[in-house]
Design a protein around this ligand. Structure first.
Ligand code: GLY
Length: 253
């Protein structure tokens, strides 16, 4: 069960944030509407939402997931791999202190983005990506193992972040796309496989009784509904334009 989430309203500087996509310039007003709907959907899932105010200093800081890894008993403050995002951790550490007493920190030269971390019950998967380096992954693995979790490091081939292409749904079920469809690390899970054309929808979030998915992917919705999940669909167009997805916009714990 998740009881809390942290989100952060996007600032106008979002428009000058990092992106690799060619989907065009985001519409700020539409982005705000999409973010408000995201918060409402989380509330429907039964979690208490802590919403941080927008800040113009960090254009990508609405993607709060990258600054921390939150578990039931401790918080890990990351060391985000993009220079312009690195100090986003200061605000996230401060707000995490209202929920946690026990903290760990990823230290340079290790870098790590929370978007590269997937928790499946007592097992964490740690992607090595453009943002998370081997040293950062090793540091997190050691922290997690010292806290009696399992941890597996997965070097990525194509995806931006690990969770760009995979989500854990609970009940030993994963939703997988692209390089994760036949990745041996996930062989012990029951898989819902997402085709190439629907790949963006693999970044979905299971929050209590619901799975929140991006709208516009009827096949994904059908697969989840057939598997017994209740879905909530949200338009994520302006988030996708800056390489973001449903998981990036919140810390869930
Ligand atoms: N625009 C999200 C990121 O690059 O981290």
């Amino acid at each position: 069960m998740f009881t809390n989430v942290i989100v952060k309203k996007p600032g106008k500087s979002y428009l000058s944030g990092l992106t690799t996509s060619d989907l065009g310039k985001p519409d700020y007003e539409l982005l705000l509407t999409q973010h408000e709907r995201y918060v409402k959907a989380l509330e429907k899932c039964g979690v208490a939402v802590t919403e941080l105010a927008a800040s113009e200093e960090f254009p990508d800081s609405t993607f709060v997931e990258d600054a921390a890894v939150l578990t039931p008993n401790f918080a890990v403050i990351t060391n985000p791999g993009a220079e312009s995002r690195n100090a986003e951790t200061v605000e996230i550490e401060a707000v995490a202190k209202t929920f946690y007493r026990k903290f760990y920190f990823i230290q340079a030269p290790g870098t790590l983005d929370g978007g590269d971390i997937l928790q499946a019950d007592d097992h964490f998967y740690i992607g090595i990506s453009e943002r998370t380096n081997e040293e950062g992954a090793k540091q997190l693995k050691e922290i997690l193992e010292s806290e009696n979790y399992y941890a597996t490091i997965i070097p990525l081939k194509e995806f931006f972040h690990l969770k760009t292409g995979i989500a854990y749904l609970g009940n030993n079920q994963m939703i997988v796309a692209g390089e994760f469809v036949s990745h041996p690390a996930f062989n012990s899970y029951e898989k819902i496989v997402i085709g190439k054309e629907d790949e963006y929808s693999a970044n979905c979030i299971q929050v209590n009784d619901y799975v929140i998915i991006p709208s516009g992917f009827p096949e994904t919705n059908r697969k989840l509904t057939d598997a017994g999940y209740q879905t909530i669909e949200l338009d994520m167009s302006e988030v996708q334009k800056h390489d973001g997805g449903l998981s990036c916009l919140s810390l869930r714990f």
